[in-house]
Design a protein around this ligand. Sequence first.
Ligand SMILES: C[S@@+](CC[C@H](N)C(=O)[O-])C[C@H]1O[C@@H](n2cnc3c(N)ncnc32)[C@H](O)[C@@H]1O
Length: 278
Amino acid sequence: MTQTPSNADQIAFWNGDAGEKWVKAQDRLDAMLAPITAEVLKAASVKPGERVLDVGCGCGETSIVLAKAGARVTGVDISRPMLARAKQRAAESRIDAFDAIEADASERKFDATYDLLFSRFGVMFFADADAAFANLRKALKPGGRLAFACWREPRANEWVSVPVGAIRPHVPPQPPLGPEDPGPFAFADLARVRRILANAGFDSIAARPFDSPMQLGETFEDALAHIQDFGPVSRMMAPASDAEKAKAAAALRHALEPYASKKPIALGGATWIVTAKA
Ligand SMILES: C[S@@+](CC[C@H](N)C(=O)[O-])C[C@H]1O[C@@H](n2cnc3c(N)ncnc32)[C@H](O)[C@@H]1O
């Protein structure tokens, strides 16, 4: 695989601990994200026989759903462990209409044969988003379209702002992340998303907010364990001392107590569902 030097950090990240954790938590994450999957699929309105490029396909959930809807799907991702899981799942489901490519989607040259560019949370990690979308647009046939889901701003996403806010005072400071730096919230600013897509040659750009509860665990203890083992909280706690970890864990428990009475434990999630035409 060739690699754009500027995406090297993301390639290392998704091939390291993060990729392994996504593979391990895949069933839970797909269940948690199911309402968003349904929403972005509705926006994509894929038709049987269409060719779809699933950008940052990860462990393959959306590629498999698209293939089951009759599309011929290419999943592209930089994460070897996640792609391996995607291939294994497609084989287990006896899905032939799925190919996996290990490549950086921002620079891989695709033939202009796709009807649809699709992504569930796989397009916010490009170091140069303008160049990435200009490249991806070239994969579309004339009249092709795009549909993806991305996160709105962190404070609208309780599932991340509540746990992160609770532990932040107790763990070592994190390197600052700018709002446009590659990461889950890089597309929170809709004006930026519109600018990137327009610069890449897309039109009919539309985005609507979609809110859905993020089910973090069946029980309070299950949710607490998952949050500490996965995502930003686990990364923030990793360099902490034992004493700091204990304080952070207590603060997290306290912050989540208001959500403990309902089963499963769910905190708010806030996304943009974005569509455009080539
Ligand atoms: C948040 S995960 C989402 C995975 C999957 N779409 C899902 O919803 O389960 C982001 C995915 O984007 C992939 N990714 C990040 N940068 C990429 C790039 N430059 N090219 C291709 N995939 C990339 C990661 O490896 C990871 O699988």
